[in-house]
Design a protein around this ligand. Structure first.
Ligand code: AMP
Ligand code: MG
Length: 409
């Protein structure tokens, strides 16, 4: 890795993540939830099956259960039916078969099932037109999962498939890490609430809505704590009070080196705080630390900086605090630049891009103005184009890395 510290005080994203993740502890508390309430929650301990699935041999087709050794017989008598949920438990003798439906119990004497399409049915007998091989169309015991097998491991979030798998093993509830309580504020005297009339110099507070949505996407029920004015006493009071209620506090704005950016001074007084300059664009200034027992993340104010910092810095940290076992990096793909992508060396960039498959090749183009205040180019984007710190302008046709947005977090 090339070291960014040619510019004093500038951390690479990797260094910032490393420092931050090593300072954060995995959670300890858990709760047991019924499956229907567990989607997206992080598993607290490995889950083991107490049964085999399937627990009995059953048919994968509608057809007839046979003995393959009878393949010389001209026709077979249909002696019973094995319905799904209503098994035939009797014997099958030479020259006999059993009507069976998908999921039906395969009688012990039978070693294959012929699909109904491959027989000619007469009254109470069938003629097999195409004999199945032994074991054909039978789902064996434990084909899916074994008794004693680890079904799901600690530290992964429950997907719809996970929940289905647990249900198939008769498991009704699952131990998951307790939910993080995450409170967030905006800071800035220029911010007004949606619904009020903006005076000159005022803007609507959009970050609070973006952050709320980003946190919800991450499976967190966030606590919106409002706006803190640019005033040291107000910042101090709000953050101390939040630190008593929340595991995590997130703010936006007030972390750059501007006149009103005293938030870091206040934080230095009431908590344990690091002001970082991270070599990424957008999103360079970032505050990380703690106030009482709460972890603190201070994001820049510009709306796109909020999104980039959230995805690349805050989310890996939240995942550790939520109990995820690894901080899975965002999924990246390679794509061909469909346009020139302008960049100066110096900082890693996350440019807003739109990627699509053109003639079988993943192609990406920037979505327009890359200013950190431009949300409309973020809206057009389905990925970030990730440009390494020392790279410069990418010419059309060159390969770049992209990070898909709105995928599973
Ligand atoms: P700051 O980091 O506080 O200097 O803010 C940087 C830029 O982001 C300024 O143009 C702010 O007006 C803008 N900004 C700060 N907070 C918000 C917010 N909650 N919603 C929208 N824009 C904001
Ligand atoms: Mg501000």
């Amino acid at each position: 890795m090339t070291d960014s510290c040619a510019t004093p005080g500038l951390l690479t994203l990797e260094q910032a993540l490393e420092q931050m993740l090593s300072a954060l502890a995995q959670p300890k508390h858990y709760e047991r939830l019924p499956l229907k309430r567990a989607l997206g929650r992080v598993i607290y301990q490995d889950v083991t099956s107490k049964i085999n699935v399937p627990s009995f041999r059953n048919s994968s087709m509608d057809g007839y259960a046979l003995r393959s050794l009878d393949h010389q017989e001209g026709s077979l008598n249909v002696i019973a039916t094995s319905w799904a949920g209503d098994p035939y438990r009797g014997k099958i003798n030479q020259g006999e078969c059993v009507r069976i439906f998908t999921g039906g119990y395969v009688p012990d004497d039978s070693d294959c099932v012929v699909m109904q399409e491959n027989v000619t049915r007469h009254d109470q007998s069938i003629q097999v037109n195409q004999w199945p091989k032994a074991t054909e169309n039978i789902r064996n015991i434990a084909d899916d999962t074994n008794k004693g097998q680890t079904l799901l491991t600690k530290g992964r979030d429950l997907s719809a498939a996970d929940i289905g798998l647990l249900a198939s093993c008769g498991i009704a509830d699952v131990a998951v890490f307790k939910q993080l309580s995450v409170g967030f504020f905006s800071t800035g005297d220029e911010l007004i609430a949606i619904g009020s009339q903006a005076k000159l110099g005022q803007i609507y507070d959009s970050n609070r809505y973006t952050l709320h949505a980003l946190l919800e996407q991450a499976g967190i029920s966030p606590i919106d704590m409002g706006v803190i004015p640019d005033n040291a006493d107000a910042v101090e009071a709000a953050l101390i009070s939040a630190s008593k209620k929340c595991d995590v506090i997130i703010t936006t704005g007030g972390v750059s080196v501007g006149e009103a950016d005293f938030i870091t001074d206040v934080l230095g007084k009431i908590g344990n705080i690091n002001l970082w300059k991270i070599a990424i664009k957008p999103g360079k200034p970032f505050v990380f630390g703690s106030i009482n027992n709460a972890s603190f993340f201070g994001l820049p104010g510009n709306p796109v900086s909020v999104m980039v910092s959230f995805h690349n810095i805050v989310l890996p940290a939240l995942k550790k605090l939520m109990g995820y076992s690894t901080s899975q990096p965002a999924i990246t793909l390679q794509a061909i630049a469909g346009d020139t992508i302008i960049k100066q060396p110096g900082r890693m960039e996350f440019q807003r891009g739109f990627a699509e498959n053109i003639n079988g090749e993943m192609t990406v183009k920037p979505t327009g103005n890359q200013g950190s205040h431009i949300l409309s180019s973020m809206v057009k984007a389905n990925c970030f184009i990730v440009l390494e710190q020392n790279s410069s302008t990418i010419e059309k046709g060159q390969q770049v890395t992209i990070q898909l947005l709105n995928t599973h977090l």
